[in-house]
Design a protein around this ligand. Structure first.
Ligand SMILES: NC(=O)c1ccc[n+]([C@@H]2O[C@H](COP(=O)([O-])OP(=O)(O)OC[C@H]3O[C@@H](n4cnc5c(N)ncnc54)[C@H](O)[C@@H]3O)[C@@H](O)[C@H]2O)c1
Ligand SMILES: [Zn+2]
Length: 833
């Protein structure tokens, strides 16, 4: 199903484009409000910029659809009601964006074309850092600061004069000759160090801050408490928000207490300008008492702003600034290029929201440099030891990042257990300076180690061989797919390890497993810590009173922690007791409803590695109940193949058919295989003779009928079969499952009991597009209940396609193959629902 918002611009119909432009206008207006008014964005700048690019691309294809309220015609957001409004004498605009080096060349060519300059005529363009703060217009009359306004919507800003007067970098009087009117523009920002200190003071409650709006913060705390989260402190997400939030205070004495700074780089109305070029004017600003990009950072190195004569020079300066980015001590999000000559600037003029003579070259991916302070090991549901780098906090894409995933032992070491270097592996050590990258909402990755900054005497990281939670041995197993030691280390204690037990429990009650509503993380942690729940079966033995005590003790503990952390007294909640009682009744009720459950959910809930929902469904079609499954697995375990067989059959890229062919083959096993399969086999076993030898070994250790039946008849493959055997081979797993049955949990067989007369029995159905009357899960369950097989892709074997609006390639394939296609309503008619 392709939603309109996921469709490439080129595939949009005109009406879809109109819909999409409307969505983008509304969505971006909301982001603008959060970003400019509340100083609290909910998406990263990169995500926001992607929306803007999509909007422009659609408008480029359908210029007739450009909306009055299009984001391409607007700057910022209209001023909030918090301050008096101030109309700008000269509009404050935004900047057009460049994202690649080629875009810079395009910009220079465009400028030349519009100025009618030959290719070899000199053209000076300045390049300087784009400071990530908020812009401010300072109006000086006869050298005296008379007003200060934020950008607002470009035409009207907010009057923050009293606040601006508290910023030390902003002169109240200009040095030098008096100019009747001069508006100086620049960026208000906060350094990293000041930002961290401010947030720390806010967290301790020692910073001067506006009282929270009535009820506002109390609610948040309450919610955080329900969710068992850390106390919600009123801190800023990044230095830009901190700068904007601190400047836009109703009480200027709060602004005064905030460490704000100011860089001057532009101007508005001016009765006369102190120069004929961008460079000269900015130089003059320096003499008048402002900090500018033309000043050297340390009095020795070259200034950050450079006047360039070629595109190559511009791009080189961009990369030089990019390299310095981590050491500046404040956030910059790109480099701004400006045509230097002011007469040329005038000739070029403006488009609706930005000048034609300037462009902002944004830094590409969301990268930053920081230091690995420590390496933590988390233990997950399956016992995996997952390493996490604790980083000195940095802002990446508008979010402060303080940890990054390190994947596994080999990744940190940079080589596998045999000493072979692995792709992407790095030899990451505590104390290392690293480049990290954040993509979307996923946890950041370490992209690179800056070896020049590695502290002297640093040693490779020693990965623990014991579980940091329970102290049991943690081991690396042989991976049948690669024949090598697995890169992950696993705690051997199983569910008796508290970390694994707790995570397993979360999975057990989750939506696609037992789906016990109201059993959130707070509950699980509370019950685990109180010793009330150790394994899933315990859930079904819970009683009201002990449950209530455990939950209340937990709440008390969280509240105490919060009080300590915030240093403030929170109102006691009187109504809480009765509420907890009600919640617990509801929970017990929800548990009761799950004493009988679909077999596939039961199997999925066990959290067996490689047994996802689909495999669990397949098993539930094959077995009547849990004891039957266990018996089937036990029988299969007795007729297991040798490791050689398992390894060969599970090799990536070798399907069932090819494997059968391979096992039959004699001296030329590679014959008749596809190129990628030959490559995979050779990579694993060397030359053809090596493959032949592996095949011979595999042939000797063939599995018996019981194993093949489980693998083949239930359609789950070798890897899942071996995983099942492995799971039920462990005493504690068998016991945990038995305990559930003993606690009275019974299963319903999902195997469709379909009479031969169901018109769908044995048919293969594909659902595509957006379904309106049922969810995907429901559709699938319905079809399977009628004896049909649901598939994710359309092929010649497909009997029927049910297509909703927005169906894409699957629908096209179905039509091309002549497969019957019906809509959702027709589907409901046919099934008689
Ligand atoms: N995350 C969100 O929800 C969200 C919402 C709105 C905007 N944004 C972000 O805000 C930015 C867009 O806002 P914008 O319209 O301010 O455009 P912009 O940030 O792309 O560029 C214009 C601004 O750059 C600043 N600037 C800094 N240094 C400068 C220099 N040396 N010379 C000239 N200008 C300089 C000025 O304040 C100017 O107004 C984007 O980065 C966007 O991602 C994010
Ligand atoms: Zn453990």
């Amino acid at each position: 199903m392709t939603r309109i918002e996921d469709k490439p611009v080129a595939d949009l119909s005109q009406s879809e484009a109109a819909q999409e432009l409307e969505r983008l206008a509304l969505e971006m207006a909301e982001h603008d409000r959060r970003y400019y008014d509340d100083d609290e964005p909910t998406v990263s700048d990169a995500e926001y910029d992607a929306l803007r690019r999509r909007n422009s691309a659609i408008e480029g294809r359908f210029p007739e659809l450009i909306r009055e309220d299009s984001p391409s015609r607007r700057v910022g957001a209209a001023p909030s009601g918090k301050f008096a409004k101030l109309r700008h004498a000269v509009p404050m605009l935004s900047l057009d964006n460049a994202f690649t080096d080629e875009d810079v060349g395009d910009f220079a060519r465009r400028v030349r074309r519009m100025l009618k300059l030959d290719e070899d005529a000199p053209l000076a363009i300045t390049a300087e850092p784009k400071i990530d703060g908020l812009s401010l217009n300072l109006r000086y009359e006869d050298g005296k600061l008379v007003s200060a306004a934020t950008r607002g919507d470009g035409a009207v800003g907010e009057d923050v004069t009293a606040n601006a007067l508290t910023i030390p970098d902003i002169p109240h009087r200009l040095h030098g000759k008096r100019i009747p009117v001069l508006e100086v523009r620049g960026e208000v920002y906060m350094t990293h160090a000041d930002f961290r200190a401010l947030n720390a003071r806010l967290a301790q409650g020692t910073a001067k801050a506006e009282p929270p709006e009535e009820g506002d913060h109390a609610d948040e705390l309450e919610e955080a408490e329900e969710a068992g989260d850390k106390p919600a402190a009123r801190q800023f997400a990044n230095p830009r928000n901190a700068a904007a939030g601190s400047l836009r205070q109703k009480d200027p004495s709060i602004t005064r207490s905030r460490p704000l700074r100011f860089f001057a780089y532009a101007w508005g109305e001016a009765s006369s300008l102190p120069g004929k070029t961008q460079t000269e004017v900015v130089e003059a600003f320096g003499r008048m008492g402002f900090t500018t990009n033309l000043q050297s950072l340390d009095g020795r190195s070259a200034p950050l702003m450079k006047r360039c004569m070629t595109v190559d020079e511009l791009v080189a300066h961009y990369h030089a600034i990019e390299d310095m980015r981590a050491t500046l001590g404040y956030d910059i999000d790109g480099v701004v290029y400006k045509v230097d000559d002011l007469e040329q600037q005038e000739q070029l003029g403006f488009v609706s929201r930005s000048p034609r003579w300037a462009i902002a070259h944004k830094f590409s991916a969301e990268k930053a440099t920081t230091v690995v302070e420590a390496i933590d090991i988390n233990v997950g549901r399956t016992g995996k030891l997952a390493p996490l780098a604790r980083l000195t906090p940095v802002t990446v894409g508008g979010v402060v990042v303080s940890n990054a995933t390190l994947h596994n032992e080999d990744y940190i070491a940079g080589h596998d257990a045999d000493g072979n270097p692995i792709r992407g592996g790095k030899d990451i050590r505590i104390g290392d300076t690293v480049v990290i990258q954040r993509a979307g909402d996923v946890i950041p990755q370490v992209l690179d180690v800056v070896l020049e900054r590695r502290p002297a005497g640093s040693v490779p990281y020693q990965f623990p061989d014991h579980c940091p939670v329970c102290g049991s041995k943690a081991v690396r197993e042989l991976n049948p797919r690669t024949g090598r030691l697995d890169s992950v280390r696993i705690c051997t204690a199983g569910l008796t390890c508290p970390a694994q037990g707790r995570e397993a429990m979360k999975h057990f009650v989750s939506r696609h497993a037992f789906d016990i509503v109201g059993f959130g993380e707070t509950y699980i942690e509370a019950l685990f810590d109180a010793g009330l729940v150790r394994q899933p079966a315990d859930i079904f033995k819970l009683k009201f009173e002990p449950l209530r005590e455990a939950i209340e003790a937990r709440r008390q503990m969280l509240a105490d922690e919060r009080r300590k952390a915030n240093g403030e007294e929170l109102p006691k909640k009187a109504a809480k007791k009765a509420e907890t009682g009600k919640q617990i009744e509801n929970l017990l009720e929800a548990i009761d409803q799950r004493r009988t459950i679909a077999l596939d959910r039961f199997i999925f809930a066990l959290g067996i590695p490689d047994i996802g929902e689909t495999t669990a469904k397949a098993l539930s079609r094959h077995f009547d109940d849990v004891p039957a499954l266990m018996a089937g697995v036990e029988a299969a375990a007795k007729q297991q193949p040798s490791e050689a067989w398992a390894e060969l059959s599970a090799l990536e890229g070798i399907g069932e058919k090819s494997f059968a062919q391979l096992i039959e083959a004699n001296d030329k096993p590679l014959q008749g295989l596809k190129a990628n399969q030959r490559v995979a086999l050779k990579a694993r076993y060397g030359d053809e003779a090596g493959v032949a030898e592996a095949v011979a070994r595999a042939r000797e250790g063939q599995p018996g009928e019981a194993f093949l039946r489980l693998t083949r008849d239930s359609d789950i493959g070798t890897v899942a079969t071996l995983s099942l055997i492995h799971f039920f081979d462990e005493d504690h797993n068998r016991e945990a499952v038995q305990a559930l049955l003993d606690a009275g949990v019974s299963t319903e067989n999902a195997r469709p009991k379909v009479s031969g007369s169901s018109p769908f029995a044995g048919k293969t159905i594909v659902f595509t597009g957006s379904l309106e009357r049922m969810s995907r899960d429901e559709a699938q369950a319905m079809a399977e209940g009628l004896g049909a097989k649901v598939s994710g892709s359309v092929s010649k074997k497909t009997d029927l396609v049910v297509a909703g609006p927005g169906a894409g390639s699957k629908l096209d394939t179905a039509r091309a193959l002549g497969v019957e296609v019906i809509d959702e309503d027709a589907w409901f008619e046919r099934v008689g629902a």
